[in-house]
Each structure stands twice: as C-alpha cells, then as structure tokens.
Design a protein around this ligand. Structure first.
Ligand SMILES: Cc1ncc(C[n+]2csc(CCOP(=O)(O)OP(=O)(O)O)c2C)c(N)n1
Length: 373
C-alpha cells in the first residue's frame, strides 16, 4: 500500500446520515438489506441489554456496568464484521459485542457481577476475556494473531479499545509489532469522546486517532460510529485486508458515551447536557429504523418480533442474575502462580482471620464470606 493511502480521508465515512438518508460514497457500498436488517435486530437487542444491565446495577444485582448505550453500532458492527472462526479481544465496555458473538448474556455479566474473572468459555466463543487494564488486550490480540499467522491459519483478530487507551504504551507496542510483522489484526478504537472525565483534546494533539496509523505503517480510517452501515463497510474492508495477508489496520469510530463512565461516575461534573443532547439526535438505532422503514424492509410485524426477542434476552438476564454469585475469597489467591508462595499464604491467612472475625461479629455476613465454589 502506498503511504498516502494509509492516511485517513479528510471526512469521516458515513453511509446513512443522522436523518436516515443514504449518503453516496465512492469507496464504500451500502451493505445489503439483509445485512442491515440483521444489524438493526442486533441494535435493538444491544439497547435492551444496556438498559437491563444498568437497571440490574441499580437493583444491586450487578456490581458495575460500563454501558455502551449510544455505541451500539460499534458493538454490533464489530461482532458482525467477523467470521465465526475469527477472534474478538474486548474491553470492560464491550459486553454487548461479546453477547453478539454468541456468549449468553448471563455469562457475559459474571465479571460485572463480581462472580469470577470471566463467565464464558473463551475458546468456544473465540472471545478473549474482557480486559479492564487499559490496552493490555491489544498486546494479547497481536500475539494471538501472530501465532495464528505462523500456523498458517486465516484467523482475523479484532482488538477493541477506547480513545483513552490509545495513550497507553501498550497501544504503541501492539500497533508497532503488528505492522512490522504484518499481523492480521484490526484495531478498532471507539472514540466516545471521554476517558472517564478526560476529553479527547487532553488525550492527543494528532489530527485524529486514525492519523496515528501511518506512523506505524498501516492504514488508518475514520468512520461514523453511530452509523452501523458505515461501521460494517469500513470494518469489512479492514477484515478482508487482514485475511488476505495485507496486515493490520487502525479504525477510529466517532461516537459518544451517552451515559456516565459507570454507575460510580457523575458525568454532570465534566460535560454539558447540551452536548449529550446533540449526540442523542445522532442515535444509531433511530437512523437505521428510519432508513429501513422508508425502504419498506422494516415492517411493524418485524419491529414487534425484534422487540419481543430483545425482551426475552432481558428477562433471561434478570432471571440468571437474581441468584447470588457464590464467591470463595480464597479464589483471590488461587491461580496467581502455579505454586502458592509463602507471601500469598500469609496474605490468605490474614484475610481468613479478618473474615472469621467479621462473621462472628455480624452473622449476616456469613452468606457472603461462607460460600465456596
Ligand atoms: C492501565 C490502566 N490505567 C488506568 C485505568 C483506570 N481506568 C479505567 S477506565 C479508564 C478510562 C478509559 O477510557 P477509554 O479508553 O476512552 O475507554 P471508555 O471507558 O471510554 O470506553 C481509566 C483511566 C485502567 N483500567 N487501566
């Protein structure tokens, strides 16, 4: 690829605008009606999952939920752009993408419930555990994809991260290695404007995050992250490039985190409501619904069918999470190293003593501290 082709275009790629109108593009074609209907169904499920999970936090059933409300087109686009044999390396905010890859919602929520490090079978679903330490999953993704390439497999790996994560050293190392060794990875950055309270302007002085790509020697692309049609087209191109041996790409989606970072954050302290409202008018679901309704592809009957499917998912989530997670505090010390060190033994002894003391003083704590897995 010529170096000038690695640079992102001056405009952000969009195929369906905020009003649901199709935008002609010389490079990217609008996905088929079937693909758009499947994506719309995914968006409906995604919104319902986000709302249900946020409600479960308020009810004390989940410890925390980093919502992707507003980012659903990125979540569904990422999942649908991959083939079944490909791999996804997600973050804490990507539960919806994980579920869209086939993981049961209740299993995807185990981490956020505080039950276990990851509740799903990573190999069966080809989805790595959701990473909380920023950008670490990018290195894992590159190493994994490099191994697949060495074995002669045609697996593509999609590595997700946020705008804040691009300031981590791990981001640099992952992109550099991936480009040097032409590793089949698609780096998909969901630029939602904030890293908790830190705005993008304090994260980078680059013209855009996608412009960083040329510094590593890979193509950089910018896409409207609230337009699932464009996300599918741009990610589809990057996945095809990686699969054909063309190496990695860096895709930056322009989107917005509509809710607070998590339930532990108060976003009114660092952003104006008017900004949130501006982004509400660019909603990913509304524009696709308008487009598909206008073309006649989305009928009332279909809409009802999709809504009923999303309700079923939400009710399965409620049912599964109505049961307390059985936690064994000793798990904190298991699997850290193959053989437990005397220091860890000592720490466990101290914790056990603390737990026993609490249990004697407050019998209500017995249930929490007495469980075993
Ligand atoms: C290595 C590391 N440093 C700091 C944190 C604390 N932290 C958690 S989320 C977050 C903001 C990340 O923002 P961004 O990458 O834009 O993703 P978003 O949460 O917006 O999806 C920070 C600083 C962390 N998890 N890992």
């Amino acid at each position: 690829m010529q170096h000038e082709d690695m640079l992102p275009r001056s405009t952000v790629t969009q195929l369906i605008d905020a009003h649901g109108t199709v935008v002609e593009d010389e490079q990217y074609a609008l996905p088929s009606v079937e693909a758009l209907l499947a994506a719309y169904r995914g968006l409906v499920d995604a919104r319902r999952i986000n709302d249900q999970a946020s409600a479960l936090v308020r009810q004390g059933r989940l410890a925390v939920y980093p919502s992707s409300h507003g980012q659903e087109a990125c979540q569904i686009g990422a999942a649908l752009a991959l083939s079944p044999d490909d791999w996804l390396f997600p973050t804490y905010r990507d539960s919806v993408a994980v579920i869209a890859r086939g993981v049961a919602p209740a299993e995807a929520m185990v981490l956020l419930q505080g039950g276990w490090h990851s509740g799903y079978d990573v190999r069966r679903h080809r989805v790595a555990p959701q990473a909380t330490p920023l950008a670490t999953q990018l290195l894992h993704a590159v190493g994994f994809a490099y191994a697949a390439k060495q074995r002669g497999e045609d697996t593509v790996v999609m590595a997700l991260c946020g705008d804040g994560a691009t300031s981590e050293g791990d981001f640099h190392e992952a992109l550099n290695f991936a480009a040097v060794f032409r590793v089949p990875v698609v780096f998909f950055v969901q630029n939602n404007g904030f890293a908790i309270s830190v705005p993008l302007s304090r994260q980078t002085a680059a013209p855009s995050l996608a412009h960083k790509a040329i510094g590593y020697g890979m193509p950089g692309r910018r896409v409207d992250g609230n337009d699932v049609a464009a996300v599918l087209a741009v990610l589809g191109e990057a996945v095809a490039l990686a699969r054909s041996g063309g190496g990695p790409s860096l895709i930056e989606a322009h989107t917005y985190r509509m809710q607070a970072h998590t339930n532990a954050d108060d976003d009114t302290r660092y952003r104006e409501r008017s900004e949130v409202e501006e982004w509400a008018a660019r909603d990913p679901l509304a524009r696709l619904r308008t487009h598909l309704t206008a073309t006649g592809a989305l009928t009332d009957a279909r809409e009802e069918e999709f809504a009923a499917g999303a309700e079923e998912i939400a009710s399965a989530m409620r049912e599964a999470l109505a049961v307390d997670a059985e936690v064994d505090p000793e798990d904190l010390f298991r699997f850290v190293t193959a053989t437990r060190s005397p220091q860890l033994d000592e720490q466990w002894r101290l914790l056990r003593g603390e737990i026993d003391r609490t249990r004697t003083e407050d019998p209500a704590q017995q249930q929490i501290h007495g469980g075993s897995r």
